[in-house]
Each structure stands twice: as structure tokens, then as C-alpha cells.
Design a binder for this molecule. Structure first.
Ligand code: GLP
Length: 242
């Protein structure tokens, strides 16, 4: 595991973009695992900027996102599909049909989980981008999720609902359930890129990277992956022992 501590958010985003850009330039048909949340926004802005300058093209790239809220239509401003369209897909030359997300509005959610797992098997990700929840979750794999679990429907932790309420008009509007790539799917990526910033993440980051590997901290499973790059700002690294 390689850990970089950047001086600020701009440097976190630039370092993360370096990792993504290398993959996209090196692979003939790159597959990117993408994430939502506020942490990757700077990275997505750099991807868009560099693509506009024609330094990088995503014409041969495919993407697979981690998760989606259950019950929010793709047009809902807080759906992860909408987030990805507005913060990244509209600004790069990725073909529309090459961007995959689990469908949280599917009539049969169990079937949708199986469909997404089958899709992931057909498109092994060259790199999987991850943020981390304050409680150590990755994607929406909440504490206690078995490490061998595939795509599944999850009931969100009270702490996750509270943390994500900032994006909604009120906490009552935050969906209670989500569909998420499982830890097995995340771990199947060739490379993992974890980004985290801010004091609120410091404890989760320390548990994930230097604590016991235990299902009570889903991100701790990353210690078992052979190619992980972690990019933190100073605040998020504050509880690590160097
Ligand atoms: C959500 C997402 C996670 C993300 C986390 C942290 O719960 N499901 O994939 O890592 O939020 O988000 P932020 O980057 O806004 O702190």
C-alpha cells in the first residue's frame, strides 16, 4: 500500500488525477471504477479540464460506479446517476453507453444486483476509485458487511443518513436504502485508489489502513489488496502512525 499525504485538497485531486490519467493513457480499453461523494469532485474537474484540452480521451473507456440510492430516479438531482452526469460525464468524451451504474429504480432489485455483478465480471476494473465514509464504509458497504459479499441492497446506517443529509433539503428525504457494489467487486479491481480529506475522516482512515482487518471497518479489507494507492490531505492523515 502506498500512502501519500498532500498539502491540500488541490494536491490530493492532482495526485489522484495522475493515477487515473496513467491508467487511461496506458490501457487500450480502460475500465474505471468511479465513486460519488464530495471528495472526488476536484479529480473529476481535472479529468474534464484535461479532456477539453484534448490531452486525454475517454472514447475507449468504460466506467462502472459503486452505488446508487434505492428509489431515486436518474433525473433526481441527488441520484448518483445525476451526480455523475453533471460532474463528469457531460464534460468528457465518454460514450453515453459506456457508463454503468447500478439501477436503484429497478422493479426487481435482487435481479438488478445479479445483473450488476455479471456486468462487473465482464469488465474488470483497471482502477477502482474510492472515498471513505466517516464510519469506515466503502461504497455503501456499511460496518458489518461480509467481505465476500457481491452487489446487494443495503439499509443505510443512521450515521450515513446523517452525513449525507447535507445534500438534501432535510434528513427525512435521504433514502433509507441503497444498492451497492459489494466488497468482493471492489477488491476484484486491479488497482484501488482511495482518496480522503478532512478531520472527520481521520479515525476511519487510521482504522482502515493501520487497524485490525475486520468487518466492523469495511475499508480495512483494503490491507489485503496488493495494489492500493491512498491519497490524503493532512487532516485525514492526522491519526496515522508513520
Ligand atoms: C457516500 C458514498 C461513498 C463515499 C462517501 C463519502 O456515502 N456512498 O462512496 O465514499 O459518501 O463521501 P464524501 O466524499 O462526500 O465524504
Amino acid at each position: 500500500m502506498k500512502i501519500f499525504v498532500a498539502k491540500d485538497y488541490a494536491e490530493v485531486s492532482a495526485l489522484a488525477y495522475g493515477v487515473i490519467k496513467d491508467v487511461v493513457l496506458q490501457e487500450s480499453s480502460p475500465v474505471l471504477g468511479l465513486a460519488t461523494g464530495s471528495t472526488p469532485l476536484g479529480l473529476y474537474a481535472l479529468m474534464a479540464e484535461d479532456c477539453a484540452k484534448k490531452n486525454v480521451s475517454y472514447k475507449n473507456t468504460r466506467t462502472a460506479n459503486l452505488d446508487e440510492y434505492v428509489g431515486l430516479a436518474p433525473s433526481h438531482p441527488q441520484s448518483y446517476r445525476y451526480f455523475m452526469e453533471h460532474n463528469l460525464f457531460e464534460h468528457i468524451d465518454l460514450p453515453k453507453e459506456s457508463a454503468y451504474l447500478p439501477n436503484g429504480s429497478a422493479q426487481n432489485l435482487e435481479e438488478e444486483c445479479r445483473r450488476y455483478d455479471a456486468l462487473l465480471e465482464q469488465m474488470p476494473r483497471d482502477v477502482q476509485l474510492l472515498g471513505i465514509g466517516n464510519n469506515g464504509h466503502i461504497a455503501f458497504n456499511e460496518p458489518g458487511t461480509p467481505f465476500d459479499c457481491g452487489t446487494h441492497i443495503v439499509r443505510l446506517d443512521a450515521s450515513t443518513i446523517e452525513a449525507n443529509a447535507r445534500f438534501f433539503d432535510s434528513v427525512n428525504e435521504v433514502p433509507r436504502r441503497a444498492i451497492t457494489m459489494g466488497i468482493r467487486g471492489i477488491m476484484s479491481a486491479k488497482k484501488i485508489l482511495l482518496v480522503a480529506t478532512g478531520t472527520k475522516k481521520a479515525l476511519a482512515v487510521a482504522r482502515a489502513l493501520q487497524g485490525e482487518v475486520d468487518e466492523s471497518c469495511p475499508a480495512s479489507v483494503l490491507q489485503r489488496h496488493q495494489d492500493v494507492v491512498v491519497i490524503l490531505d493532512k487532516d485525514a492523515s492526522a491519526k496515522l502512525r508513520f
